[in-house]
Design a protein around this ligand. Structure first.
Ligand SMILES: [Zn+2]
Length: 260
């Protein structure tokens, strides 16, 4: 059996196939394909004979319906038969399988900040939106967020926030400068709060900017806001295809669940 995994992100749309192991297929620019991404996914599924398709998307979802997608140019139409999931949830699920943690908090720090929660090796969704830490307020501020409100973690840290603060693309900003930003501290305090609430085994970070951060630096800063009894593993998962892989795993899990 083969499972197609798709990641619809703010910059790229990536495809992988899970067929025993993961195989990278191709990538497209989101801005160029978003208008017909449903046909594109359908044609890829047919080309590679996928039994089922999982789609990770940078959007807030409830019962597979998209409510918000502030980092996408438009909300794409997606098909009923696909397993559609928030991209950070896909990342967290893949991180759990790859690194072997039962309970974890997964974060993707790219243009924005996505969060996914895995409990007992499954995605925890709450009423649908669980894991939207990027839009939580750690410290009151008047900085506008992409979502339309103010002072959110994502408005202080993440790709577009770093660009606003430094005037440079986040990829060009020196790591020491990133660590010295007030926003980095806000981010670490947010992580520590989530750990105190859930006592996660691990916090796993990915995303274009996230993978540049160093585990030891994160540990030191996050631990400084934690009681000593709460010291989760802090790991970087450097895999640009982690979301697409998590989406393929979800598609596979659904088939196995139905058959089991
Ligand atoms: Zn926000």
């Amino acid at each position: 059996m083969g499972f197609l995994g798709v990641d619809i992100g703010g910059t790229n749309v990536d495809f992988v196939l899970l067929d025993g192991d993961f195989r990278y297929l191709s990538s497209f620019k989101t801005a160029e394909v978003i208008g017909y991404v449903d046909d594109l996914i359908d044609s890829m599924a047919k080309k590679y004979n996928a039994d089922r398709t999982g789609v990770g998307i940078a959007a807030w979802l409830k019962s597979r319906r998209i409510y918000r997608a502030p980092n996408l140019p438009v909300i794409p139409s997606l098909r009923e038969e696909w397993i559609v999931e928030n991209d950070a949830n896909c990342f967290a699920l893949y991180a759990s399988k790859k690194l072997g943690y039962t309970n974890l908090l997964g974060l993707t720090v790219g243009t924005g900040i996505g969060t996914g929660v895995v409990i007992d090796r499954k995605i925890y969704r709450g009423r649908g939106f669980a894991g939207e830490m990027g839009h939580a307020i750690i410290e009151k501020s008047e900085v506008d967020c992409v979502c339309g409100r103010k002072g959110h973690i994502e408005a202080n840290f993440g790709g577009w926030a770093i660009k606003r603060i430094t005037g440079k693309n986040a990829s060009e900003v020196d790591l020491n400068q990133i660590y010295s930003l007030e926003g980095f501290d806000v981010f670490c305090r947010g992580l520590a709060f989530a750990v105190m609430l859930m006592d996660f085994e691990a916090v796993v970070i990915g995303g274009r900017i996230g993978v540049r951060l160093q585990e030891q630096v994160l540990k030191k800063r996050v631990y400084s806001y934690l009681m000593p009894e709460f010291q989760p593993e802090i790991r970087i998962l450097d895999d640009e295809l982690a979301v697409a892989k998590g989406a393929a795993l979800l598609a596979k899990d659904v088939v196995e669940y139905a058959e089991g």
